[in-house]
Design a protein around this ligand. Sequence first.
Ligand SMILES: [Zn+2]
Ligand SMILES: [Zn+2]
Length: 384
Amino acid sequence: MIDLLNRALQQQLGLFIFHAHPNQKLVKMSDDDLASAGDLLPRFQLVQPQRPHGSVVFGDQSIAGAVLMPHTDDPVDRFSLRIIQDHEIRTWPLPEAPAAEYLLFTRQALTDNPLLRSLLKRTVVAVVGLSGGGSQVVPYLAALGIGEIIAIDDQRADQSNRLATPNLGWIDALFGIHKVTAAKWRSWLINHHVKYTGIRARVPETRAQEALKRADIIIGCVNNLHARSDLNEIAWRYCIPYIDIGLRLITDEHAPDDPRPLSGIPGNQFKAIPGGPCLWCTEFLTDSKLQHETGGRGRSYLQDAAGRNALVAPFNGTLASEAAAEVLRLITGISYSQESRRQYDGFAGTLHEFSVTRKANCPLCSAVLAAGDPIWQPIYSTKE
Ligand SMILES: [Zn+2]
Ligand SMILES: [Zn+2]
């Protein structure tokens, strides 16, 4: 216990005690459980007043417990709990369903089943960036019957988008429709039961951040490393799985004159699960790469001297459908590896998987994981 309290203090984390009462469908805290929570939680709060602390008991399909929020004396007993385990995200309590539906779900997770539908229906997925990639992710999520899609983008559609995606058409470009509005219409036409929240903002603007905190999964379809860095940090702070996709076109820099020949269509898909490796652990993000980007790297897609854009819609489509598939894997648990980075080769049409590992001294993982909202504390006293 002393060791745990020390670690909580060092890493500024809350402390939660978990145990199980097997074979209880509607589980309750026993008198002993309540007594020990009433004894321990205020002590945890003394050591770490800025964090919630709790005691949680699992039944077969339900949870119960007590959570003491910062700066309060009375624990709350109604809450939901998201568990990110090897291959899946589980949010407790589980939906009520007959045993036959549970059995079908565990054996054939993708078979249409009221339990699967209710799991999808209560999931909130945020899609950041609605250009080539994100505009193709949203229709997949709508088709899956995701409960709520939070779409974040501050741009309007223009002609260049028509080459990057089949989901921003001539009419969107003609009227300069906001990308969040265009995606809303497509989502509604595919499945009008899906709640759609469009946020016309950029990350890390406050409105975008507040919306992202509500998400169960964040999909980043942004075209620069700074935005990825912000998204990874938000995902880590609030323990939200983060799926990142991106595509570039590169030309042979050594070729003598324009137009330089196309030398590659590299893309990436990164699944970052809180507790596992982040984008910094794997050096997908580094300080020098971020600095280099600020030093004037422009658009991610190719544009020739005459300002002509490149046709990339099908390449974006591969990555977008994989991002949507990742959502389904996380919810159903059919995934075979917890975290991975996959590299896309647009010339060959292949996705290569690389295993990634967590770095011991990673700055993001050690300072920000599960940190919640930033806490502003005075570092010196203004009193004389
Ligand atoms: Zn108990
Ligand atoms: Zn890390």
